[in-house]
Design a protein around this ligand. Structure first.
Ligand SMILES: [Fe+2]
Length: 283
């Protein structure tokens, strides 16, 4: 039987790449870099074979999609923020078998779900930025899952539950990573450059901090009760569908673990960011 050996909410902000590649920005994202590297260390220590990444930058408008390519390789420049993230080379093995199994299980729950083998379907930076730090030797397979921006929180729950069932039946030790922000209100263009390190609005910052507190205290049922409102009022990245799928995979309000914040909560261009490792039942 397979198992979810690690579950985490993770940041993927492109300013991580600025820190790594542009001298004048060196050190600005040390907190995030250290935290993502630590999650990668834990994944390796737990024998993770495949990272299943719920990628809020692979945005789809219909159904459920996974990248089933056997190999992901190329050089990535972000069309969205090309001045921040360019020239990132990557090469990882994919996991076509698990991708097929996940798509089949999600389809079995009534969704249109497709596993794509298409050499022109590349990974997005919600996958690639974390992988650069969590998978430096490229020794863990990479499986990107798209984020449906029009799916409801409850559909995300069902998709996540199906992902967990597919992993359980697969024989794989997998990590499930929700790659997306907490609040996600970009600063207006006129002030965006000076907002590189801040959250847009005290309301969003306070709600994010409350969410982290609830996770730390294991009060997941309370968090899930507020998640639909949180996604709307704090402008969740891709409507927080990654978070819905993550908790769906963990068992939704039956999940009894706690979320450990690794490093510090931080602001980035208006958005609220974190790296949180969710404890799993002893396998
Ligand atoms: Fe993002």
């Amino acid at each position: 039987m397979g198992e979810i050996a690690l579950a985490a909410k993770i940041t993927h902000v492109p300013s991580i790449w600025m820190d790594l590649t542009i001298d004048k920005y060196r050190g600005i994202r040390e907190n995030a870099i250290t935290a993502l590297s630590e999650v990668g260390r834990r994944a390796h220590a737990r024998g993770v074979e495949t990272y299943v990444i719920l990628d809020t930058h692979w945005i789809v408008n219909q159904g459920f999609h996974v990248n089933a390519n056997a190999r992901h390789a190329g050089t990535f420049t972000s069309p969205e923020l090309p001045h921040m993230l360019s020239g990132m080379s990557y090469a990882y093995d994919g996991d076509p078998d698990l991708a097929d199994a996940i798509a089949a299980e999600v389809r079995g729950d009534g969704f249109q779900a497709l596993a794509h083998r298409d050499a022109n379907l590349n990974c997005e930076y919600g996958t690639l930025v974390p992988m650069h730090l969590m998978n430096p030797a490229a020794d863990i397979r990479v499986l990107s899952v798209a984020a449906n921006q029009f799916a409801s929180i409850d559909e995300g729950r069902r998709m996540g539950a199906a992902i967990a069932r597919a992993i359980a039946a697969s024989g794989r030790r997998a990590a499930v990573l929700a790659s997306g922000s907490l609040s996600h209100a970009f600063w207006p263009n006129a002030v965006s450059a000076e907002g590189l390190f801040t959250v847009n609005g005290e309301f969003n910052r306070q709600i994010d901090l409350r969410v982290l507190e609830l996770w730390d205290q294991g009060r997941v049922a309370e968090f899930l009760a507020m998640l639909p409102d949180y996604a709307v009022h704090c402008r969740g990245e891709c409507a927080m569908i990654d978070t819905a799928m993550l908790f769906g995979a963990l068992g939704w309000d039956g999940y009894a673990g706690r979320g450990e914040l690794i490093g510090q909560y931080f602001g980035s261009s208006g958005t609220g960011q974190c790296v949180v490792d969710f404890a799993l039942p002893a396998g």
